[in-house]
Structure formats: structure tokens, C-alpha cells
Design a protein around this ligand. Structure first.
Ligand code: PZK
Length: 303
């Protein structure tokens, strides 16, 4: 292949926003620097309707996903405000991204993905199976996929390049990277946020298995909770009624998409290395409903 870039075809790109300069895109979110208006110099974080599955960003978008996740994150920031300051400055954003973008304080980000886990799955489970520990924390024997941990643990990871997975690291590695004081503060805040959120989710019949947080510093040294928090894109939510350790737990949001992609109807072979096909309208609608349901169940508010 000489000049075409087939991997990009059909994948929605970051929108052009007047008065904002695009600075970075993740799989499903876009970050801009505001170049005019009252928040000049601060950042605009935009949640798209893009969805990822099996590490691919799909060609198909889920209507309202960006708004649902933005509102969920705002709801959590508000509930956590007494525990830790957050980076939200305003929800008054350009019309093109109304409802799914926030103006945030520009921070000096810590280069650490702060993960708290109350249950064992994903990369934590892989590490446990390989050596009985996660991020250097030894765990008891006999744990299975989905097992509840004796107590929630801080399992930091370092950001990988686009497309790669984050790498779990030891607490010592975090100390070496940012210093003992900041490392202890991030661990304490991460576990405190997890404890508060896990309790709130549990009251609604939802297990918060794990969550990934990002923090930054203000010029005065205050540590601030940043990014998008406690959404299905940054956390694992499981219906408590269906929790059954010893198997993969159904994902609250993406199970419909995953099941369809793995079914014969999709015609897709996960092992082929090819991008997944577009989703049928019925799969899109059922997935949208799951996001709405998660929002309404967690917050007790109508979307
Ligand atoms: C910041 N990201 C992640 C990647 C996104 C977001 N308050 C902040 N100050 C400075 N930088 C960031 C934040 C926040 N939050 C966040 N990268 C930098 C990221 C891609 C798209 F929307």
C-alpha cells in the first residue's frame, strides 16, 4: 500500500471548532485549546459518539453517547467535590459540541494512570495469573475472573502510545517518576474516590469493579481530579444481580456490540486483523439504550 490510509476511512475525525485549536485525540475524545472567549488558554474536552470494541474504534457511532458520558462524569465530579477538587470550569461550550463538552482547567498532568480495583479482571487478572500479584501487590490464592479482592488496591499504569495498552507498574515506579509525596497523595485520592463511588454504585445495584483516574497539578501545587471520571469508558460497571466470579462478567455497555461482532451475523473474524464491520441499526439502538439505562440507574435522573 503506497499512499492510501484505509484504516482511517469512515472513522469520524475530531470536528473543527471555531475559537478552539485541536491539540490531541484519544480513541473517543478530542482535546482542544481555547483560543478566544472568557476561557482563552484553557482546554475544551469533547466526548464524541465514537465507540471502541476489541481495541478498534468502530466506523459506527452511538447517538448521544458523548452527552451521556459527559453528564455522567459531571454528576460524579459534583458528588466527589468534597473529597477532591476537579478540573471543570464551565459547561458553556460552542454549539457544535453542546452537551458533550466541558471547559477544563489546564493542569500539569501526572504521567500516571491511577487505577483502583475492587475486583479482579482484565490486565489485573492476567498479572495475577502470571505471578500471583498485581503491580507488586501480592494477592491470596484461588482468585478467579471477577473475584472481589480482600480490599481495593491501587494499581497504577503508565500511558502507552496511541493504540497500545497501558502498562501496569509498581508503586515504587510511581515514586521514582513523581516523588514519594505526590505518589502517596495520588494513591490515597484514588482509593478514596473508588470507595465513595463503589458505595454509590452498589446502592444502585451496580458493581464498580475498577476505575481509571487521572490527576494534575495547579500552579499552586493543588492536586486536581481531571479527565472524564467513572464512565463506562474509564471504569467497569457490572450488574450486581448477574455477578458470578469464575467467568467474564457481562459489560454493562458494550456487551451487545461484542456479542454481535463475535456472532456469525457480523461476518467478522476477530483473529483476521481486519477492522470490524459497521454495526446494524438495531445493535446501535440497543447499545444506546444501555448507556441511557446506566446513566439513569446510577444518577437516578432521566437522560
Ligand atoms: C489532558 N488528556 C487526556 C486525551 C482528551 C483527553 N485538565 C487537563 N489539563 C491538561 N491536560 C489534560 C487535562 C485533562 N483532562 C487530558 N491529555 C491531556 C485526553 C485525548 C482526548 F479529551
Amino acid at each position: 500500500m503506497s499512499d492510501a490510509e484505509p484504516a482511517d476511512l469512515g472513522i469520524p475525525q475530531a470536528p473543527v471548532i471555531e475559537g478552539a485549536r485541536h491539540v490531541h485525540s484519544g480513541k473517543v475524545r478530542d482535546l482542544y485549546a481555547l483560543a478566544s472567549g472568557p476561557w482563552t488558554g484553557q482546554l475544551l474536552m469533547v466526548a464524541s459518539d465514537r465507540i471502541s470494541a476489541f481495541d478498534y474504534v468502530l466506523d459506527t457511532t452511538i447517538p448521544d453517547k458523548g452527552e451521556i458520558l459527559t453528564r455522567m462524569s459531571l454528576w460524579w465530579f459534583d458528588r466527589l467535590a468534597a473529597l477532591v477538587p476537579h478540573h471543570i470550569l464551565s459547561t458553556e461550550v460552542p454549539d457544535a459540541v453542546r452537551g458533550r463538552a466541558v471547559v477544563v482547567e489546564r493542569l500539569a498532568m501526572f504521567p500516571v494512570e491511577c487505577v483502583a480495583r475492587g475486583y479482579l479482571t482484565g490486565s489485573g487478572l492476567l498479572d495475577y495469573r502470571a505471578g500471583g500479584e498485581v503491580c507488586g501487590i501480592p494477592l491470596p490464592g484461588g482468585l478467579e475472573d471477577g473475584s472481589r479482592l480482600p480490599e481495593p488496591i491501587f494499581t497504577p499504569a503508565t500511558k502507552a502510545e496511541l493504540g497500545d495498552h497501558d502498562e501496569n507498574v509498581s508503586y515504587d515506579a510511581v515514586v521514582r517518576a513523581i516523588g514519594a509525596g505526590p505518589a502517596a497523595e495520588l494513591r490515597g485520592l484514588t482509593l478514596a474516590v473508588y470507595a465513595r463511588a463503589e458505595e454509590a454504585a452498589r446502592e444502585r445495584g451496580i458493581i464498580l469493579a475498577d476505575t481509571k483516574l487521572e490527576f494534575g497539578s495547579r500552579p499552586d501545587g493543588t492536586t486536581v481530579l481531571a479527565d472524564e471520571v467513572l464512565t463506562p469508558d474509564s471504569s467497569r460497571f457490572w450488574p450486581a444481580a448477574e455477578w458470578q466470579p469464575g467467568r467474564a462478567q457481562p459489560s454493562y455497555d458494550k456487551q451487545i456490540v461484542r456479542n454481535w461482532l463475535l456472532s456469525p451475523e457480523s461476518g467478522w473474524d476477530k483473529a483476521s486483523g481486519e477492522a470490524p464491520p459497521p454495526l446494524p441499526a438495531e445493535v446501535v439502538e440497543r447499545t444506546r439504550s444501555r448507556y441511557v439505562e446506566a446513566y439513569e440507574l446510577l444518577t437516578g435522573e432521566r437522560f
